[in-house]
Ligand binder design. Structure first.
Ligand SMILES: C[S@@+](CC[C@H](N)C(=O)[O-])C[C@H]1O[C@@H](n2cnc3c(N)ncnc32)[C@H](O)[C@@H]1O
Length: 467
C-alpha cells in the first residue's frame, strides 16, 4: 500500500472512553513493538479522547492502528480550529491536500464527542465544505475518501457548551482493533468462568507484553484461558497451568445464568478453535504456580497472568502444615493421592511470580500481571521489585473507593544472580479482610455526621445527605 504524506503530517487518534488510564502504556508498548521514534509520542498533544501526533507519513499510524485496542480510529488531519470559520480558513490554506483525491468517490461525515447532533443539524455543517475541489461521486457506503468533521464538546455531560471546544477535519485512515474485542466477547465464548478476563483487557495485556507471532506465552494462573486467547490471536504459541483440576478440565459449575451443566466439549482448546487459532495451542496442565514444572533451560517470551486476589476465593498452594517438608508419599498411594492445600499469601504469590519470571523469561521478555491494591496504603515503592526485572508501566483500575488493581508490566533486563530476589512491601496489597472493611467515607451514618458538621443541621445539603 502506498503511504501518502501530507503537508503538516499530523495524525489524529480518537481513543475510546474506556480505560483512559491505559492509553499511554499501550502507545508506549506499540511504539516499542514497531520500533517507532519515541520522540513522536513524547511530542503528542492530547485533548479529551483525541491525541495528535506528527509522523513523516501514514506508515507509523497504520502500524499502531493494526494493534491498538484503545484507539478506535485514526485520521490524517487537514485542518482544525475552535470556531468553524477558523477551521475553514485553515483548510483553505491546505487545499493541496485534496489534490490526490479529486476524482475519488467520497463522503462527508460529522462526528461529535460530548453532544449528539441530529442529521438535520449535521447537514448545514457539511454544506460549509462546498468549496472543496472534489469531482468524484458521493458514495455513502464504500467511498474511496471519507472526510470527517469531528467536534469536541468537552468531557462533562452536565456542562455541554453550545459550541464545540475544538473542531478537527480530516481524512479517515484506519480503525483500531475493536472488532477483535467483539469477536472474543464472553457472551458467545465456548468456555468461560466467573473470573474470565474482559476481552479488551486481555488484548491490552497481550499488547503490553509485546506479544508477536511465534512467541511462546505462559499464563501460570490460566483459569479459562482468556489471556491465552488474546495471545493466540496475536499468533503466539500459548501454554497455561492452573492448580484447579476442575477448571483445567472445564468441569467447574457453569457461570452462565441459564446453563445448568457445562457442555462436554468446553475447554480452553475449544476457545482457541472457536477463534480459528487452535494451531497456536500448546497445552494447559494442572500445576501449582508455587512449584513450577517447566524445564530449567526452557524460556518464555512473555508471561501474562491474573493471579487470584483471595477476595472471592481463597488463595491456595499445595502443601501441608502437618508433615515435615521432606515427607514422602508412599509409592502405593501415589497414583490416587490428592495433594492437600495450604494458604498461599498474596505476598508469596507475587514474590514467587516475579522470582520465577526473572528466571524463565528471555531477556527483553515481559511479565504482565494484575495486583490488588489498597488505595489508601498505596505507594509505588511498595510494588514488587526484582533486580532482573524493570518496571516499565504501572496503571490503575479503580474498583472501589479503597480498592483498585494495578496492571504492572515488567521487562527482563538481565539474568538473575543467586541474590536476585523479589522485594515486596505487602502493606499496600488489598487483602480480603481489608476489602470487606466498611469504608468510613461511604458509611451512611458517617456521611450524615460529616455533612451535618460541614453544612449545619438545618441546611438543605445536611438534610439531603442524611435522608
Ligand atoms: C483470577 S483467576 C484467572 C482467570 C483467568 N485469567 C481467566 O481469564 O479465566 C485465578 C486462577 O488462578 C488459579 N490458582 C489459584 N491458586 C493457584 C496456584 N497456587 N497455582 C496455580 N493456579 C492457581 C485459580 O484456580 C484461578 O483459576
Amino acid at each position: 500500500m502506498v503511504s501518502h504524506s501530507c503537508a503538516n503530517n499530523t495524525f489524529l487518534f480518537w481513543f475510546s472512553n474506556e480505560h483512559s488510564n491505559f492509553r499511554l502504556a499501550e502507545m508506549e508498548a506499540l511504539f516499542k513493538y514497531f520500533q517507532l521514534d519515541r520522540a513522536i509520542l513524547d511530542r503528542r498533544k492530547a485533548k479529551g479522547p483525541f491525541v495528535l501526533m506528527d509522523f513523516p507519513d501514514e506508515s507509523g499510524p497504520r502500524k499502531l492502528m493494526s494493534k491498538t485496542v484503545l484507539a478506535h480510529s485514526c485520521y490524517e488531519l487537514w485542518a482544525s480550529g475552535v470556531a468553524l470559520e477558523d477551521l475553514h480558513e485553515n483548510m483553505k490554506l491546505n487545499l493541496h491536500l485534496v489534490a490526490p483525491f479529486v476524482d475519488d468517490s467520497f463522503q462527508f461525515r460529522v462526528d461529535t464527542y460530548g453532544k449528539t447532533l441530529t442529521h438535520k443539524e449535521k447537514l448545514p455543517l457539511i454544506d460549509t465544505f462546498e468549496y472543496m475541489p472534489l469531482d468524484g461521486k458521493v458514495d455513502l457506503k464504500t467511498p474511496e475518501l471519507s472526510l470527517h468533521l469531528i467536534q469536541f464538546f468537552g468531557m462533562d455531560p452536565n456542562r455541554v457548551p453550545e459550541y464545540p471546544y475544538q473542531q478537527y477535519f480530516g481524512r479517515w485512515l484506519f480503525d483500531g482493533q475493536r472488532r477483535l474485542v467483539s469477536k472474543i466477547n464472553l457472551k458467545d465464548r465456548k468456555f468461560i468462568g466467573n473470573t474470565s478476563m474482559d476481552p479488551l483487557l486481555s488484548l491490552l495485556m497481550a499488547n503490553l507484553a509485546l506479544v508477536k507471532p511465534n512467541d511462546i506465552v505462559l499464563d501460570p494462573f490460566v483459569g479459562t484461558g482468556s489471556l491465552l486467547v488474546a495471545s493466540a490471536l496475536m499468533n503466539a504459541y500459548v501454554v497455561g497451568s492452573d492448580i484447579d483440576y476442575l477448571m483445567v478440565h472445564a468441569k467447574t459449575s457453569s457461570s452462565r445464568a441459564r446453563q445448568k451443566k457445562r457442555a462436554s466439549d468446553e475447554s480452553i482448546r475449544a476457545n482457541l478453535k472457536q477463534y480459528g487459532v487452535e494451531n497456536q495451542y500448546l497445552d494447559v496442565v494442572v500445576a501449582d504456580a508455587s512449584r513450577p514444572l517447566w524445564k530449567d533451560d526452557f524460556k518464555f517470551d512473555a508471561i501474562i497472568t491474573d493471579p487470584p486476589y483471595g477476595i472471592r476465593e481463597p488463595t491456595e498452594k499445595i502443601g501441608t502444615s502437618r508433615q515435615s517438608p521432606d515427607y514422602k508419599i508412599k509409592e502405593e498411594h501415589l497414583a490416587l493421592h490428592i495433594p492437600s492445600k495450604i494458604s498461599y499469601t498474596l505476598q508469596d504469590i507475587f514474590s514467587d511470580l516475579l522470582n520465577y519470571s526473572s528466571k524463565k523469561l528471555n531477556i527483553g521478555g515481559r511479565l504482565v500481571l494484575w495486583i490488588p491494591i489498597s488505595r489508601t496504603e498505596y505507594d509505588e515503592d511498595k510494588l514488587p521489585r526484582n533486580p532482573a526485572l524493570a518496571l516499565v508501566s504501572n496503571c490503575e483500575q479503580t474498583l472501589t473507593s479503597t480498592a483498585s488493581r494495578r496492571l504492572l508490566v515488567y521487562e527482563k533486563i538481565k539474568e538473575p544472580t543467586e541474590s536476585c530476589t523479589t522485594v515486596l512491601d505487602g502493606s499496600a496489597l488489598m487483602y480480603r479482610f481489608k476489602f470487606f472493611e466498611v469504608d468510613p467515607t461511604t458509611h451512611r451514618r458517617a456521611r450524615k455526621a460529616k455533612s451535618v458538621q460541614e453544612f449545619g443541621k438545618s441546611s438543605k445539603r445536611g438534610q439531603q445527605q442524611s435522608s
